[in-house]
Design a protein around this ligand. Structure first.
Ligand code: GH3
Ligand code: MG
Ligand code: MG
Ligand code: MG
Length: 318
């Protein structure tokens, strides 16, 4: 329906549209309108575009819904509503969500240009004036979602290391700064561990740089699958990683990291049909105390790593 109404029979356009619809299934849209007729109409149009739709009748309900569902991509809001109007809602949402995290599209029936400009000034990504065609509605919604996806794609790449997909140093320090602020209030402890592959030069020299890269990627996988989604696993440099175990004491940290060390030790890296190699890692750990700076904790972990290397490698030092 969406394709035909466009009057375009270009095959590329049709393929693009189908790809768009496939991606739309991943997005939740919150519709905020006091008119039941409009809510139903928009819900139907959005579902025809394959979006997941939630509807509410006013701003306050919308705020509640956003707290309950943290994964909403787009809010479409009416202007005139009881309890909290669309402009007030836009203000509320922008206290917690940036434009790069959540889109807002305003629907206004006023011919008053000022309302539309106000919406944009207060953080709406776009607006649609009533009455609107199905076509305009579809295009504007899809455009905003596409822009959001592009920003999220770029942000994700800026935060990650190209080879392994792990977080990079830049993201690590940005995220840790926020986390340390939180721990000052909660008083929770965390462990910083510096991890370095043992005798990696030998792997590179014997099998070549490409195999070396693949070994780094394999280790990254092991680090990721043996830690929680809350923890931070970052690649700091060549074959050096930093893993932060959040909200943990020394004993639990020691268990997890020992398991990590063993998982790497057990792993057989396949070179070809009749050759596989093994390798090991050394780990230095420091538990962050309230009055330490992040740099002090990292330096401490680094010193422990140095100790682990000196004491024979393939071991953990606290
Ligand atoms: P140690 O057990 O003391 O850690 O010895 P090592 O041989 O691992 O020594 P070190 O950690 O100092 O050496 C790391 C080597 O890793 C140096 C460099 O040639 C190589 N390297 C650094 N980055 C990369 C990378 O991205 N890919 C590959 N393949 N090799 C890298
Ligand atoms: Mg209204
Ligand atoms: Mg090394
Ligand atoms: Mg190294």
């Amino acid at each position: 329906d969406y394709v035909n109404k466009g009057g375009v029979d270009d095959i590329n356009y049709i393929i693009q549209t189908i790809q768009r619809l496939e991606k739309n299934q991943k997005h939740k849209v919150l519709v905020v309108d006091d008119s039941m007729v409009f809510r139903k109409m928009m819900k139907e149009m959005l579902e025809n575009l394959f979006y997941n739709v939630i509807t509410v009748a006013h701003g306050e309900e919308a705020v509640g819904m956003l707290t309950a569902h943290s994964d909403i991509s787009l809010v479409i809001t009416d202007y005139n509503m009881p309890v909290m109007n669309g402009l007030e809602l836009t203000n509320e949402i922008r206290k917690d969500y940036k434009k790069s995290e959540l889109c807002i599209i305003a629907i206004s029936s006023n011919n008053d240009e000022e309302v539309n400009a106000l919406f944009l000034k207060h953080g709406a990504n776009d607006y649609i004036k009533k009455p609107f065609s199905k076509e305009e509605f579809s295009c504007r919604i899809n455009n905003s979602i596409e822009a959001l996806e592009n920003i999220q794609f770029i942000t994700n790449h800026a935060n990650r290391d190209f080879l392994t997909g792990l977080y990079n140093r830049r993201y690590f320090f940005q995220n840790m700064q926020e986390y340390i602020e939180d721990t000052k209030e909660s008083g929770e402890q965390f462990a910083v561990s510096m991890i370095d592959i043992d005798n990696f030069k030998h792997i590179n020299d014997t099998y070549g740089h490409d195999i070396g890269d693949k070994v780094i990627t394999s280790i990254s996988e092991i680090l990721r699958t043996n830690t929680s989604y809350r923890d931070i696993v970052a690649r700091f440099g060549g074959e050096e990683f930093c893993v932060v175990l959040k909200n943990i004491n020394k004993y639990s940290a020691s268990d997890i990291l020992e398991r990590l060390r063993q998982e790497v030790e057990k792993f057989n890296f396949t070179i070809d049909a009749n050759k596989s190699i093994k390798f090991t890692i050394s780990i230095g750990v420091s538990i962050h105390d309230d009055d330490d700076t992040l740099e002090e904790t990292i330096n401490q972990a680094d010193m422990m790593l140095h100790g682990a290397k000196q004491n024979g490698k393939n071991r953990i030092e606290f």
